[in-house]
Design a protein around this ligand. Structure first.
Ligand code: FES
Length: 94
């Protein structure tokens, strides 16, 4: 994993926890979305397009484009709209 890319020092005062992405632990802070935590961890490719197989990731960050759809505990979900919580099993979207 690359270094943590967060820049807001206030986050350190919030409770932190981990969920997993493709089985690897990802640090998150209370109030972050799954997408925010993945971005902060340097994880930019969240799925591959069904047509060309090209990499897909965050684009609109407000639930409009569907580019960030991943599997969260087995359900296809927009990572940018889903609050991060301890123990989530997040997988690349299909
Ligand atoms: S980044 Fe567009 S819906 Fe999540």
């Amino acid at each position: 994993m690359p270094k943590d890319l967060r820049t807001d020092p206030e986050l350190a005062s919030r409770p932190s926890f981990h969920f997993t992405f493709e089985g690897h632990p990802v640090l998150a802070y209370a109030g972050e979305t799954v997408a925010t935590a993945l971005w902060a961890a340097g994880l930019r490719i969240l799925r591959h397009g069904p047509g060309d197989g090209g990499p897909r990731g965050l684009f609109c960050t407000m639930g409009l484009c569907q580019e960030c759809v991943v599997s969260i505990d087995g359900q296809a979900t927009e990572a940018c709209r889903f609050p991060a919580t301890e123990g989530l099993d997040v997988r690349a979207g299909r």
